[in-house]
Design a protein around this ligand. Sequence first.
Ligand SMILES: [Zn+2]
Length: 167
Amino acid sequence: MPKQIITLKKQNHRDQLTRFQDENLILSDFYKEVWVVCPGCEKKAIAKVNFETKTARLFCLRCAYNKESATAFDKNASIETAAHAYFQAELWLQAPFKNEVFWAYNDKHLEYLEKYISATLREHKDRTHFTLIEKLPKFYHEAKNREGLLKVIAKLKSKISNPSNRI
Ligand SMILES: [Zn+2]
């Protein structure tokens, strides 16, 4: 078999494993449902925001903590931001990394970041706005941090799969 073909095959295989395709997602694609530390029992609770009804809710299935808030700060204006911000709740998926904090709003957001960080090839589609990937702080993009960040992600994922956290 000519050498050329072998090299090409290897290349394809590697691409399949590591190619990251930026889905052009932005933070607001993830922040309507945010996993937070429950103000009542300190376990996982969920904050949700609905921009149509202009309401946000923080609820916990464990201790029945349940609070609703309006997204409007006066009659004519409301703020559209991440669901936990209306309650100043702490994010449940976060961990220190060097002098920074690695965080995710929920499991889907964490998976998206994991895909990005573990990829060695990164693709960019044409777009007109900045995606969340491009807005990430520098430490996310540095190859030397890849391994450390993946460890943090693995830790957070085991937090998710821990049966006592599953609700
Ligand atoms: Zn609770």
